[in-house]
Each structure stands twice: as C-alpha cells, then as structure tokens.
Design a protein around this ligand. Structure first.
Ligand code: SF4
Length: 752
C-alpha cells in the first residue's frame, strides 16, 4: 500500500488519528510510518554505480540503509524513513579502479548530504553576485525559464541562446548540445579538465585520433612523464596508481624505471625513481633533446620510423637544433643526464612517454605534447603492448561535441549582446578562467542566466534563476572512461537514494521541454526521460549480444547493467596507428630566455590539488581536512618557495606575501621547501571561492585571479602555467595549518 492509498483507506483507527494529530498532524507522521518503497528495515544494500566526482569513471559500490531524515516534499519538511547512503567503496569488478577509490571518491556522501545544497528553485532577489535569492516552486521556475526561452524558440534560430555544461557528465554535454542545435543555436560550450583539449589536439595531429591515449603502464619497462602528475590529479589517479604499482611490484624480478620531468616537486616527482627539475615550460625541448640522442645514436626502432610521416625532416631538424650540450643550459638539465636517460629509455622497451599538467599549459603546450609523442613514435610503441594504446572506438552514432567553454567569453567579447539567455549546467566559468579575461563581466552583461546546479558557486551566484539539480547519487548517467586499453567500458551512474530536497534531474527537465515544444526539438529528443535518452544513445547495435554480459534487447541490457554497474567490450581496437611529425618543426618555441621577464622574476606554477582538484571538491570538509601529501597543509592556500630564494628576499616560513603578475595580485603564506626551484613559486588551484558553501567560501586564494590571459598556441586553451610574478614581502605572519605540526588552531579557525 502506498502513502496515498493508505491515507484514503482510513485504516488508522480513531484513537490513532487523535494521537497523530496530537503529535503534530498526520502529514508529518504518516510518511514516517509508511516508509519509501524498496526499504527493508534493518537491511543494508550495496548498489553498483560510478563515481562522478571527476571524469575518470571509477566503479563504486554504495552502501545504503534505512534511516530517519527530514525531507523536503511539496514545500513541507517532514520526518521520513528513507534510504541513506552510508559509505562508498570501490567496485572490485570494475576495470578502471579494481576495487580502489581515491579520497575524493570516498567523500561522495558529503556531496549528497552537504548542508549547502540548493533545496528548492530560487529566483534572484538582490543584485547579481549578492547571493540573495527567494525560494519559488518548480512550476514558477519552469514557467520563468520557458518565458525567457520562448521568444528565442519562436524566432526559429535561437542563436541568442547559449549553454555551458560542466565536465562531470559528457552525456549531459551532448544532450544540451542537441537541445540547442534543435532550437537553432550552435552555442553549447563544454568545460573540460585542464589540459585535456591540448592533449586531444596533439593526438589528432600526431596520431590522427582525438581520443586520449591509454598508457599501458602494467606492461611497460620505462616511463617518462613530462609534467603529468599521474599520482595526484592527472586524468585518472586511481587507474594510474594501480598501473604504477604493478609496474613497480607486480612482476617478480622485474622492476620498471619511472622518470618525472617537471619544474615542481609534485607527488608524482616524489615517487619517481628520478626527477629532472627542468626549467618550467621547456619540457618539450627536453623531449627533443632526448630524441636527439636516440636519433644520433640510432637507438630508434628502424622498422617503425619508416611509416612516420615527416620522419626525415624531423630527424634533420632535431639533429640540428636539439643537441643536449647546446640546449642543456637553457633547459637547466645537464647534457650528460639527458643522454643517459635517452639511452635508458630507448634500450628498456617497451616503454612510453606521456605529458600533462603545467607542461602543456604554456603557449608551447601543443608543441610539448607533440614532442613527447615523437619519443613514443621513435621507439615504435604506439599501438603496442607496454606502449600507448587506444580504447575501442564505438560504432554508434557520434554524440555531438560542444565547443570548449573558453569560446563562450571570446564569442561574447567579439559579438557583445549576442547571447540573450545563458544556461549554466554544473559549470563554473567565472572561477576557472583568468580573472582579467572578462568571464565575470560577460556573465554580468548577459540579460538572463539560468543555472542548473546542486550548489551555489562563483558563477551560479550570477544567475537569475536556479533550478536545483540532483547529485550523482540521485540520478542516472553513463560514463565511458577512456583509460583502459583495447576495451569500450560503459559504466552506469544510477540513483541510490531519492533526493531529500526538491531537486530534479535537470536532464529530465530539458527533455520535458523538448517534448512539450515538439516540432524539430521534440523530434530530436523524443525520450521520456534521461534514462531513455541514455539507452537510445548507447546504441543497441553496439552493446547487444557481446561484451562482458550478453543481452538481446536494450531493456534486458539496462537491467543487467543496473545489477553489475559496468559493461566491458573486450574487442580490441584494430585500427592502424599512423604517426605524423610534420607539424613540430614549424611550431618551434622561442628560446626560454626570451620568455622571461626582469620585472616578474618568478615562474608561477599552479597545480591541481589532490584533494580539491581544480576546485570542485572545495565545498567538502573531508577534502579541506585532507593533508596535502607534499606539505601536510589543510584548510587553505600556500605558496611553495625555495629557502634560498626566501633568504634573498628576507622572507620567513609562514610569512604572508603578495604574488603580483601583470593581471593582479593575491596574498598567501609561504611554505619553504628545498625541493622548489629557486626561480619558481607554486600554488594550488581549488581555493579562493567567492561562493560555494560554508567550507569553501572566502578560504584561501584563487590563482586564476593573477593568471595572465594567454593561450596555448593553435588551441586557444588557457596557458595557465605561463604567468610570471614578483613576490612582495608583507612582514606579516600567517598561521599555516599543517597536520601533525600545528596544534594551536581552534575548531572555529578551521571551520569558520
Ligand atoms: S579518480 Fe577519484 S574522484 Fe575520480 S572517479 Fe575515481 S574515485 Fe572518483
């Protein structure tokens, strides 16, 4: 019997009714007596799903159990017995993470039960950016959204409608792109993890494939990483930790060597067998100096290079320009060391070279990624075991790929007033772009902004209307991780619990609008809800009757997927790998000395933090409390600096300093570490939110405030590691909170 029938049946006796009334009314108590369906009192459940905290797509098992909670239904708060998420573990049967999980994945329940979640639709009631909103009903919210969209839709060419969709869901990016396209707008923009677009473009140029390559660490004998913080915040930290563990200890009698090349002593550098602290921004030249040794000493794979397009021109150019003894000083890596590492790499095959992070976030980032791949090409590892591989490509129809988010501000600057309505969906463009690039001003100038979001963030706070979205523990989605070799992985995100608040899956909201409007939009998106959209887009021809479980129709496939959480197609990708190095000689960077500046003597090297990533987990207290693995600092920003530099400037450990660039200045305490290069200051991304809940707001500083808006050549992506700064002493001390070394902080200081 459900609650409605229970109420109608009058099955409560008169005495009970009196007792209930006396306790505050039957509307408040009956739901507690009649719990939600699917709840078995006293029994917990483990449900497979997928972590969506970052795009890596790790499989999870979520433990849920009945519990009493205050839930918001139809504007009323009630006590009710509901399923509650108690714990998240890694799914041992999942091909990406094999039962492991990172700390951010473990913190998933703090997203679900975060006290700062948006609970009802909100309408702005004060100036934009003030955070002043009034709760409204879903009917009011949807009707306001429709009123704003209707004139654009009626015009038949809704180019004034734009959307920016966050990187937590590629499928939602595709859905919004299709929705806008059906309305006549091509202005759907997607956020992507930092650096990913540069890596994709390098792959397209060198290998003719836009997907990220897979690194077969388990079968490699030698790994060269140019700035990729694979153990920290690279594309799939759990997968890389597992791979590196096997590389080191999983093959009795055989231990691979791992060399990290980057200007900052990251977690990955600290765990490498050897660290080459090259001058920041010269990682591409280091790769070519290694290539020089391999070419000169003919250590390359003679068969493989025959099929490299542009090999001879590349060979001559590298031999002429990148002799280690000629470039060593500029790169700040001894020539002998370059030669030794090059020989080791070439002689210990299979091996691979990879890049990421700050190494591809300067104007020559694309050149760097191409130069790193030239090493893979020379040793003939593309497409080979222990080298670089690709996931099996799907035969299904290609999902539309929205434009990169950075283009939104560019489009608005080049055509002011051209965007009338902007939808922000789990996106935060005002936080993750150089402050001086004008993202905030662009938001302010947009006539109407609607945000679909679970939280008030730095951009949502500029919306006129906010519709509360569901978290990944309350909705459906499908993730297809790109990190496993030779397989297509379909990993299901499924609702574990019903939402405690008046949130909705905004994908369902979009589909409902499309159906209501009919015509071209309804024809493009005929699905009754997002689950049906996902099923349709998986492509029956692609997933039925093969792979890790067999199903004859999509309903059976979906039902099996719900039970297992993941489907794996073990067919290997047999597409031939082509290699083209023709673009490299023409993309040669300026000499390192010409990239420096007397006014700003330090290279600013921001980095994605292990706990906060690029900032999306800054609102979780567990993540604020998680000590940074290199400094043990919690709850705030720090600036890493070499002690010799500090002595030169008269700066002490823990002293507040200003970092000033041509774009602005920020203040943070100094953390002295002898592992820092004397000409580099490093600072984590993730802090410095203007909004984002009580744990994140106003805590630390955001490096984007001083990053000079330059772009990675030929990609337009922000060159966030190319900013030069000066350090200005303040003479004031700050209390840097370090685990195990500082016990003088009150809970109020930590949790203010
Ligand atoms: S790497 Fe961590 S945050 Fe990312 S999907 Fe895996 S468990 Fe989640």
């Amino acid at each position: 019997m459900n609650r409605r029938r229970f109420l109608k049946s009058g099955s409560l006796g008169a005495g009970a009714a009196v007792a209930l009334t006396g306790c505050g009314g039957d509307e408040k108590l009956i739901p507690f007596l009649i719990p939600e369906e699917n709840i078995i009192p006293g029994v917990d459940q483990w449900t497979p799903s997928t972590c969506a905290v970052c795009p890596a797509g790790c499989g999870i098992l979520v433990r849920s159990a009945p519990g009493e909670a205050r839930v918001l239904r139809e504007g009323q708060e009630r006590r009710q017995t509901v399923l509650q998420v108690k714990k998240i573990e890694g799914n041992p049967d999942h091909v990406v993470n094999r039962g492991r999980l990172c700390a951010r994945g473990q913190a998933g329940p703090q997203i679900l039960y975060n006290p700062d979640r948006i609970r009802t639709p909100l309408k702005i009631s004060g100036p934009r950016g003030s955070g002043q909103y009034l709760p409204i009903s879903w009917d009011e919210g949807l009707s306001l959204l429709e009123r704003k969209l209707e004139p654009l839709r009626a015009s038949g060419a809704a180019s004034g409608l734009a959307a920016i969709v966050g990187h937590s869901s590629v499928r939602r990016q595709s859905l919004m792109s299709e929705f806008l396209r059906a309305l006549g707008s091509e202005r759907c923009y997607r956020e992507e993890p930092l650096g990913t677009p540069v890596l994709r473009e390098a792959n397209r140029r060198v290998f003719g494939r836009q997907e990220l390559e897979v690194h077969d660490l388990e079968n490699a004998h030698y790994i060269l990483s140019f700035g990729a913080d694979i153990l920290g915040a690279h594309t799939s930290p759990v997968r890389y930790n597992l791979g590196l563990g096997h590389f080191r200890q999983g093959r009795p009698g055989e231990r691979g060597k791992f060399v990290q090349i980057e200007g900052r002593f990251s977690l990955t550098a600290a765990n490498a067998d050897e660290w080459l602290p090259a001058r920041p921004g010269t990682e591409g030249e280091v790769a070519l100096a290694l290539a020089h040794v391999i070419l000169k000493e003919e250590l390359f794979d003679k068969e493989s290079v025959k099929s490299i397009n542009g090999f001879e021109a590349f060979r001559q150019w590298v031999l002429k320009k990148y002799a280690p003894e000629d470039v060593a000083e500029a790169l700040d890596v001894p020539a002998k060391r370059i030669a030794r590492v090059a020989r080791e790499f070439a002689r210990h095959q299979p091996g691979l070279a990879l890049t990421g992070g700050a190494a591809v976030a300067h104007p020559y980032g694309l050149f760097t990624a191409g130069a790193v791949h030239s090493l893979n090409a020379l040793v003939g590892n593309p497409g080979k075991r222990g080298g670089i591989l690709w996931t099996a490509s799907s035969r299904k129809r290609a999902a539309p790929v929205p434009a990169p988010a950075r283009q939104w501000a560019e489009d608005l600057v080049s055509a002011p007033g051209s965007i009338q309505v902007l939808i922000l969906w789990d996106a935060n463009p005002a936080y993750r772009a150089p402050a001086s690039a004008g993202a905030l001003e662009s938001l302010e100038k947009t006539p109407f902004i609607a945000a679909f979001s679970s939280f008030m963030n730095d951009s949502t706070a500029y919306a006129d209307l906010i519709l509360p979205d569901r978290t990944f523990l309350e909705r459906y989605d499908v993730v297809e991780p790109e990190v496993t070799a030779g397989t297509r992985v379909v990993s299901l995100v499924q609702p574990i619990v019903t939402s405690m608040y008046e949130s909705r899956d905004c994908a369902d909201v979009v589909l409902a609008l499309a159906r209501k409007w009919g015509g071209k939009t309804g024809a493009a998106l005929p699905d009754s809800d997002f689950r049906e959209y996902l099923k349709r887009n998986l492509g029956a021809e692609d997933v039925l009757n093969h792979g890790s479980f067999s199903a004859e129709d999509m309903d059976s496939f979906w039902s099996a997927l719900k039970g297992k959480g993941v489907w794996v197609d073990d067919a290997t990708d047999k597409a031939r790998v082509t290699v083209d190095l023709t673009f490299l000689p023409g993309a040669e960077p300026l000499p390192p000395a010409e990239r420096e500046s007397a006014e700003y003597p330090f290279s600013l090297q921001p980095f994605a933090s292990l706990a906060l990533g690029e900032g999306n987990t800054a609102n979780l207290p567990w993540m604020q409390e998680l000590p940074d693995p290199m400094t043990s600092i919690v709850w705030g920003t720090w600036i890493e600096m070499n002690p010799r530099t500090a002595v030169e400037f008269g700066i002490e450990h823990g002293e507040l300093v200003w970092l000033e660039s041509a774009s602005g200045k920020i203040e943070a305490p100094v953390f002295l570490t002898p592992a820092a290069r004397p000409d580099v200051v490093s600072i984590p991304f993730g802090h410095g939110h203007r909004f984002y809940g009580r744990y994140a707001r106003g805590r630390g500083v955001n490096p984007w405030e001083i990053i000079v808006p330059r772009s990675v050549k030929d990609t337009g992506e922000p060159a966030w590691a190319a900013t030069r700064v000066k350090v200005i002493k303040t003479g004031q001390k700050a209390r840097v909170i370090q685990l195990g070394q500082d016990r003088g902080h009150t809970p109020e200081e930590l949790h203010r």
